[in-house]
Design a protein. Structure first.
Length: 621
């Protein structure tokens, strides 16, 4: 007990379960032990991040963040009642048509009364004009009745539209004699799907054509940059790796269309019961490392910087192989700097699942928090930090729900016996925290969500990197707001935002302890934010360009109508707004006073009821 207290004081890590106080009273009902996901996103665009959580056999729910440290549960009122028809397992969100509203992709296992063995249709929810979510899965071409257990969004061909990889599970379960573990699991698995976004609200499955149709009984996947070229690659974590297929890694061949399987050459082809994936630069060498959860020993794959990876699990102290002499079982996992000391810590969600005699698992299996010691090693402090939940944990996600600058945790528990004993946990971060800074990205030429983007922060002679993923952990999705803990660093020299495809922009001296909204610098690129094809051809001209301070300017080429307009700094801060009625002359005319603008780059956004247009403005003295 003295040791636990000492550790808590040493690392300053402390969390409080505020689920009840925050109004989150939910558990996942299921007759099986699989699934349990959460996605963090701002469903109503009010600046506060909300939660979509899967209910299993009950109706899924959106918990809307009220901005006062509480949430309100929404379900039937917003169109989610049909999720009662199937057992929902996991969830992702993405703005698939770049219209400013995220769609919700929900994947399922099956209900006990289903005639199917393991499978049931997935859902794609889109919000209609009155705020109700409608299932458009058939229209989108994503109708799939396999047993989906993982998915991720990313723009593999850099066309500005998010594509979707879907990884599927057991099609036919075949088991052998427990006395011969080497031949025990002989499952047949569904092939994975790779849905390419056609840019018109529909998708085409090109998995076989692109050789991404592995049938490895996968439980997790993520788009991520494996080789540092800023093109979205793919990593897949397979269950039963020793008997079916090991983990798979695909390198994006862009600008050529396709992928190269680098699983063996990279060392990413580990064989385990792959459950979840965490992605982050834990050792501060500016490349991304990967942590994969398992029944038994989890694996930390350190990026060597040459498209090879080394297993440094034992050296780092993050194996979590046993708990009380039986195998531990890990699922969700998340890298985040929970105490804002500049180093990425690691949260691991544990939870029991029945297994065989040769890999018997622990029922009382606590979740973990690994504190990053800053020297390539971690110290496990879950118990002292109040995170050692021993219910049946599955998915997890990290986000700053109360906007105080440190990262909080949402843990999903499942209830195979439908008794409600393992409710969801919202853990408020009460750790002793240092300084911090956050960035919320909006793509213009890139996908609007900025998935696949990276931020490089330079301060105090050091450099840090973060990547936005469109889904990882286990059946879940973290916040897409980039967070850096800064410790005692008081001044940030600069932050470089690198969008998918390697275009970048530099932010000089951003203010610490603040959230910065960053709009992609597209230079002279002009396009509709919702990317409707005909609007990509709109010829909008700014005259003059550049303009002088306090000089009038006008735009030509816009359709007539009523527009609101907003002027943003290149860092994404709105500095002016107004309204304008565009005459039949089709010219937008305006001017700004010299006390409003300084020389530099700005982005002007114009919105009518149907479209939003953006153009870069260069202002000179």
């Amino acid at each position: 007990m003295l040791l636990l207290c000492f550790c808590n004081e040493m690392f300053g890590q402390s969390f409080t379960n505020v689920s009840q106080a925050a109004g989150i009273d939910f558990f996942m009902e299921s007759e099986i032990y699989m699934g349990g996901g959460v996605a963090v996103f701002d469903h109503n665009n009010d600046g506060y991040e909300d939660l979509y959580i899967t209910g299993g056999n009950q109706i899924d729910a959106i918990y809307e963040n009220n901005g006062d440290f509480t949430f309100t549960k929404l379900d039937l009122a917003i169109g989610l009642e049909e999720t009662l028809d199937n057992t929902t397992a996991g969830v992702l969100t993405a703005d698939i048509d770049n219209d400013g509203e995220r769609e919700i992709y929900v994947y399922t296992t099956k209900r006990a009364d289903s005639p199917l063995l393991f499978s049931s249709p997935n859902y794609l929810f889109k919000k209609n004009d009155v705020g109700i979510y409608e299932n458009i899965i058939s229209q989108a071409g994503l109708l799939d009745s396999a047993m989906t257990m993982g998915a991720s969004f990313g723009d593999y061909n850099l066309d500005g539209y998010l594509d979707l990889i879907v990884v599927d599970y057991i099609e036919e379960g075949l088991v052998g004699d427990e006395s011969d573990p080497s031949t025990f699991y002989q499952h047949t698995c569904f092939e994975n799907k790779f849905y390419v976004n056609n840019g018109d609200g529909t998708f085409s499955n090109r998995a076989a054509e692109l050789e991404l149709d592995d049938a490895g009984c996968a439980l997790a996947t993520s788009f991520t940059d494996l080789n540092g070229d800023h093109h979205p690659d793919i990593y897949v974590a397979n269950d039963f790796g020793e008997w079916v297929n090991p983990n798979v890694a695909y390198l994006n061949n862009y600008p050529d269309d396709g992928f190269t399987n680098i699983s063996q050459s990279s060392g990413l082809d580990i064989s385990l019961y792959g459950m979840g994936i965490a992605i982050g630069d834990y050792d501060e060498d500016l490349d991304l490392d990967y942590y994969v959860t398992n029944i038994g020993r989890n694996v930390l794959l350190n990026n060597n910087g040459d498209v090879t990876f080394s297993d440094l699990t034992d050296e780092a102290g993050v194996a979590n192989e046993f708990h009380e002499e039986l195998y531990a079982t890990s699922w969700g996992c998340n890298f985040a700097d929970f105490d804002n000391d500049t180093y990425l810590d690691l949260y691991v969600s544990n939870g029991f699942i029945p297994t065989t005699s040769f890999n018997e698992t622990q029922e009382n299996d606590p979740c973990l928090l690994y504190h990053n010691n800053g020297d390539g090693t971690f110290s496990e402090i879950g118990q002292s930090s109040n995170l050692a939940d021993t219910k049946i944990g599955r998915g997890s996600a990290v986000f700053d729900y109360n906007q105080d600058g440190d990262m909080d945790i949402l843990l999903v528990n499942v209830n195979p016996n439908n008794v409600g004993s393992g409710k969801f946990r919202l853990y408020r971060n009460d750790s002793d925290s240092g300084n911090w800074i956050k960035f919320k990205l909006q793509g213009l030429k890139a996908n609007r969500d900025g998935y696949g983007s990276k931020a490089y922060l330079y301060a105090d002679g050091r450099a840090f990197v973060r990547e936005i993923q469109g889904g990882s952990s286990h059946t879940s999705q973290n916040s897409s707001i980039i967070h850096f803990g800064l410790g005692e660093i008081a001044v940030v020299d600069s932050v470089k935002i690198v969008w998918p495809g390697a275009s970048s922009q530099l932010l000089i001296g951003p203010e610490i302890n603040n959230l910065h909204e960053v709009l992609e610098d597209t230079s002279d690129v002009v396009l509709a934010l919702n990317d409707i094809d005909e609007n990509r051809g709109v010829q909008i001209k700014l005259i003059p360009n550049p303009i002088s301070i306090n000089q009038s300017f006008y735009l030509t080429g816009l359709p007539e109508g009523v527009y609101s307009f907003e002027l943003y700094s290149i860092e994404g801060k709105m500095i002016h707004s107004g309204a304008y009625i565009l005459s039949n002359q089709n010219d937008f005319i305006s001017s700004f006073t010299d006390d409003l603008l300084e020389a530099g780059s700005y982005v002007l956004k114009l919105k009518n009821p149907k479209e939003t247009y953006s153009i870069k403005m260069l202002v000179v003295d």
